[in-house]
Design a protein around this ligand. Structure first.
Ligand code: 48H
Ligand code: FE2
Length: 255
C-alpha cells in the first residue's frame, strides 16, 4: 500500500472535526485534566454520561505527573486506596495507611480508563469564559485554542453547550473565578496553608455545586472553600473526582 499524505491529513481533520461538532452539546463538561478531573470524567463515562474534558495544556495529568518536587511518586491514604485498585494502579504500603504509587502509572491508567469508558478529551483547548443566560444557570463554556491565548492573538472563541460543568482546574479554580468576576453569586475564599490532614479530610465535603450548574472538585474545591492545601498526597483528588461524578450524574437526573 502506498501511503498518501493528504489521506492522512483528511483522516485527522475529518474525524476530529466530526467529534468536535458532536461535542458542541454535552451532558457534562469537565474543565481540567488533573487527577480529580480525569477521575470524574472516567466515572461519569462509566455511568454512560456524555462527558468531554477540556485541558489547556498539551498533556493530560495536571499536577500528578510531577509527584512531589519532581520525584514521580504520589502518596494515597488508606481511605482512597480502593480508587487506585479500581483503576488497576499498583501501589506499595510504605507505612500503615500510606500507599505509594508511580505518578506516571497513575495518570496513564486513569486516562486510559476514561478513554475506554468513552470520555472525550480535548487538549490544547482553554476555557476562557462561561455562558449564563436569563435563568442564571451555567449553561456552557466559551473555548479557544490555548496557543491563541498564549500568543495573545485577537481571535474570537467558540461556544459549547452543556447541562453541568465541573471545575477541576486545580489551585486557580478558573471557572469559579470567571463566574465570580462577572458578578455571579459565588464567594471564593481562597486556598489556605499547608495542612494535609485537614485538607484531605475536608475535600470531599467541599466538592459540591457552588453555583447553579457548576460543581467544583479537586484543588479547586478547596480553593473556593478557603480550605488548606495538602502537598503530594492525592487520595483527596481521587475521592473528590469520584464525588463530583456522583453529584453531576445526580444533577442530570434531577436538574
Ligand atoms: C482548560 C484548564 C484551565 C482552563 C486550568 O492542578 P490539577 O492537577 O488539578 P486537580 O485539582 O485535579 O489536582 C490538584 C493536584 O495536582 C495538586 O496540585 C495538589 C494535590 N496540590 C497540593 C498542593 O499543596 O499543592 O489540574 C488542573 C488542570 C491543569 O492541567 C490545567 O492546565 C487545567 O486544569 N486548566 N484547562 N481551561 N481555563 N485552567
Ligand atoms: Fe498543587
Amino acid at each position: 500500500m502506498e501511503l498518501d499524505e493528504v489521506t492522512i491529513s483528511r483522516a485527522i481533520l475529518a474525524t476530529q472535526m466530526e467529534t468536535m461538532v458532536e461535542y458542541l452539546d454535552l451532558d457534562v463538561a469537565v474543565v481540567g485534566g488533573g487527577p480529580s478531573g480525569i477521575t470524574c470524567a472516567a466515572l461519569l463515562a462509566e455511568k454512560g454520561v456524555k462527558v468531554g474534558l477540556f485541558e489547556k495544556k498539551l498533556s493530560i495529568g495536571g499536577g500528578m505527573w510531577g509527584g512531589g518536587m519532581m520525584f514521580p511518586r504520589i502518596v494515597v491514604q488508606a481511605e482512597a486506596k480502593r480508587v487506585l485498585d479500581r483503576f488497576g494502579i499498583a501501589s506499595q504500603e510504605f507505612e500503615p495507611g500510606y500507599h505509594v504509587a508511580k505518578s506516571v502509572e497513575a495518570v496513564s491508567k486513569l486516562t486510559a480508563a476514561a478513554c475506554t469508558a468513552g470520555a472525550e478529551f480535548f487538549n490544547l483547548i482553554a476555557v476562557e469564559d462561561v455562558v449564563i443566560k436569563g435563568d442564571g444557570r451555567l449553561a456552557g463554556l466559551v473555548v479557544n485554542w490555548s496557543p491563541v491565548e498564549m500568543a495573545g492573538l485577537h481571535i474570537d472563541p467558540l461556544t459549547i453547550r452543556c447541562k453541568v460543568v465541573v471545575d477541576a482546574s486545580g489551585h486557580d479554580a478558573t471557572i469559579a473565578h470567571m463566574v465570580a468576576k462577572k458578578g455571579g453569586d459565588l464567594p471564593i475564599r481562597g486556598e489556605g496553608f499547608m495542612w494535609a490532614d485537614r485538607a484531605e479530610g475536608n475535600i470531599v465535603e467541599h466538592t459540591k455545586e457552588v453555583f447553579p450548574g457548576l460543581f467544583v472538585c479537586g484543588m479547586a474545591a478547596n480553593a473556593v472553600a478557603g480550605e488548606c492545601r495538602m502537598g503530594p498526597i492525592f487520595g483527596g483528588m481521587l475521592l473528590s473526582g469520584e464525588r463530583a461524578a456522583d453529584l453531576a450524574a445526580a444533577a442530570l437526573l434531577h436538574p
